[in-house]
Design a protein around this ligand. Structure first.
Ligand SMILES: [Zn+2]
Length: 212
């Protein structure tokens, strides 16, 4: 509901998943239900392979991406996918978002990269494309743009994932605005790492992305 109220998602776009503690199950938002109608009762529960166990309607069509990323990254417990407009702008261009301000320090790296190609929504290839983008040397490991589509962020908690989704959109907005009137200076990895004490980066983050 906070994603909806803050404008990061609209209509029935976007989706969220979270691990259910001490199980290999995920809670996933349902497909095609407007956010005003959300309640705990309509959330779906799926197993690690995406088979639905609970919920009155189908889970999000992007469930294969959520289950793939959760399997690949044990330190991630919550994933948010949005169609937030400034992040989407860079996803449409196929360009990275440069980390240009302190809000972006949470990403722990200088760039939020897009996937190399457009991936058909709902395809199981989406998770692999996200891991490839996050695996680039100067890439954020906890945020990736889905080319011509949107944004995905991966947090240790739902609260952290929400914060990442908000920060990615703000970073994209400021980077976009700065590019309109000048040549913004992107923070370097060294600057980001040095500032990490002030804006702590989750220690699990650096090791989240497995080699594929
Ligand atoms: Zn989407």
């Amino acid at each position: 509901m906070r994603l909806y109220k803050t404008g990061l998602i609209a209509g029935t776009s976007g989706n969220v998943s979270a691990r259910i503690p001490k199980t290999d199950l995920l809670a996933v938002t349902p497909s095609g239900i407007e956010y005003e109608l959300y309640s705990a009762d309509i959330m779906c529960v799926v197993d690690a392979d995406g088979n639905q166990l609970e919920g009155p309607s189908k889970p999000s069509s992007e469930t294969p991406m959520h289950t793939m990323l959760m399997k690949a990254m044990p330190g991630v417990n919550a994933i948010i996918h949005t169609h937030s407009p400034y992040a989407m702008t860079f996803a449409v261009l196929g360009e990275y978002i440069a980390v240009v301000s302190v809000e972006g320090l949470k990403f722990g790296a200088p760039r939020i990269y897009p996937t190399d190609d457009f991936i058909t929504p709902g395809s199981s290839d989406m998770g692999r494309a996200v891991l490839t983008a996050a695996g680039k040397p100067d890439a954020a490991k906890n945020a990736v743009l889905l080319r011509n589509h949107g944004l995905v962020v991966m947090g240790e908690t739902v609260a952290e994932a929400l914060e990442l989704a908000q920060s990615a959109e703000l970073t994209a907005c400021v980077y976009y605005q700065a590019r309109l009137i000048g040549n913004p200076f992107g923070l370097t990895q060294e600057q980001i790492s040095r500032a990490a004490g002030q804006y702590p980066v989750c220690p699990a983050r650096a090791s989240r992305v497995p080699a594929i």
